[in-house]
Design a protein around this ligand. Structure first.
Ligand code: ADP
Length: 410
């Protein structure tokens, strides 16, 4: 047994369509570091594929466990969750779990912040499945399972939409008949936990940006941008679903809705086929025909790989301009997530199209440096930063806060 994993813990579960990630945070009293410390990350990837894989590592990177399943033995979400729970139970019998924070992609209009889940809350979250059919069911399944296995253990739902709920109706509305707006057909915005984490870092890193107008760029497999004004989200590129806005690994981003009507009429595509087209076959993969992975595209000589990158950079630059217009100017840009944190080349190309906004890039800092760093020159009118995101820590913070509040109120 690992002696570090004794005492009180908060678990954070991020269950997606092909993976389940579990992070364990211990509670301690270090004022400087805050009350939560990451101790262990575990994940099962490749669910529903022929090669599911489990891996666990301590916070310092040392291996805590791994497993592969026999080829052809398809592991589902249920089995993966079972394996993760058994792993924690078996390896770390000394820990006491205080509660579990779950990532839930959609909170609709009702849930403006994280919430302790009751059976009633769970029932309401299930009604939102049609708004995020590919994600919400996977997000909710571990909550249901934990309710059944440990009825007294508090569960907290942390929403990807909540951080954006303060946006104005004007920013939220599609110009469709108003009855649809009232029925919930509106922009919600996603990646909220990531943006909230970045916003929480700004006061320490750049007080000017914490109080100013910033475009946050979450560029990973999923990609979006958010206009942050004085720490609050006022607009975002993702809309009713997480397929809107920027091109992504396999998602299209914004498409003229007329294209969909055309495909329905001319190619007789139905809703499921359009869903597969827009979510799985488009974006960087669809344009390049090479890969959904930016690293592979950057390493490729194929003209269409270059074309896909060109389209990506073009759309990101355009979105920055649109969000800067929403805020009436721009004081800073922040890059985060896989591409945003690691690709100096994409950052360079995006920033080279932002000169008109007053960005002056410091090339050496853009290429290399500590994970959290300013990459614009000291005299740059508009600052540019790289800030690694930490959605899991954000969820752990919310869970801890809500559980502490529950303990206080009798
Ligand atoms: P997810 O949205 O699944 O969490 P990530 O945030 O991990 O995804 O981002 C994955 C993307 O980041 C992939 O396109 C990957 O190629 C890209 N990426 C990771 N490291 C680099 C790098 N060094 N250079 C370019 N792209 C990178």
């Amino acid at each position: 047994m690992d002696p570090r994993l004794e005492g009180e813990f908060i678990a954070v579960v991020n269950a997606g369509s092909s993976s389940i990630k579990l992070s364990m945070f211990s509670l301690h009293d270090d004022r400087r570091l805050g009350p939560l410390r990451l101790e262990l990350r575990a994940q099962v990837e490749g669910l529903g594929t022929a090669t599911p894989h489990f891996e666990a590592a301590h916070a310092d990177g040392t291996k805590a466990g791994s497993r592969d399943w026999p080829v052809g033995e398809r592991l589902g979400h249920e089995g993966a969750l079972e394996h993760l729970v058994e792993f924690i139970r078996h390896e770390f019998p000394g820990l006491s779990m205080l509660g579990i924070g779950h990532r839930v992609v959609h909170g609709g209009t009702a849930f403006q912040e994280p919430v302790v889940v009751t059976p009633e809350v769970l029932a309401r979250l299930e009604t939102l499945i049609p708004l995020a059919p590919l994600h919400q069911p996977h997000n909710l399944a571990p909550i249901r399972r934990a309710f059944a296995a440990a009825p007294g253990l508090p569960q907290v739902a942390c929403f990807d939409t909540a951080f954006h709920r303060g946006q104005s109706d004007v920013a939220d509305a599609f110009a469709l008949p108003y009855a649809l707006f009232e029925a919930g057909v509106r922009r919600y915005g996603f990646h909220g936990l990531s943006y909230e984490y970045i916003a929480s870092r700004l006061p320490a890193l750049s007080p000017r940006l914490a109080d100013g107008r910033v475009v946050l760029l979450h560029l990973g497999n999923g990609a979006s941008a958010c206009a942050l004004h004085r720490g609050r989200s006022i607009a975002s590129s993702m809309g009713f679903t997480a397929v809107d806005g920027l091109p992504m690994g396999t998602r299209s981003g914004a498409v003229d809705p007329g294209v969909l009507i055309y495909l329905m009429d001319e190619q007789r595509m139905d809703a499921r086929e359009l869903e597969t087209l827009l979510y799985k076959q488009s974006g960087l993969l669809g344009l390049s025909g090479v890969s959904s992975d930016m690293r592979q595209l950057l390493a490729s000589d194929a003209p269409r790989a270059r074309f896909a990158i060109d389209v990506f950079v073009h759309r990101v630059a355009r979105e920055i301009g649109a969000l800067a217009a929403e805020m009436g100017g721009l004081d800073g840009l922040v890059f985060t997530a896989g591409i945003g944190e690691h690709s100096a080349e994409i950052r360079r190309r995006v920033l080279s199209r932002c000169l008109w906004l007053g960005v002056s890039v410091q090339d050496a800092a853009n290429r290399d440096g500590p994970p959290e760093r300013r990459i614009s020159t000291v005299d740059s009118r508009c600052e540019a930063w790289v800030i690694p995101t930490d959605e899991e820590l954000m969820m752990a913070r919310h869970t801890f806060r809500l559980l502490a509040a529950e303990r206080k109120s009798p």
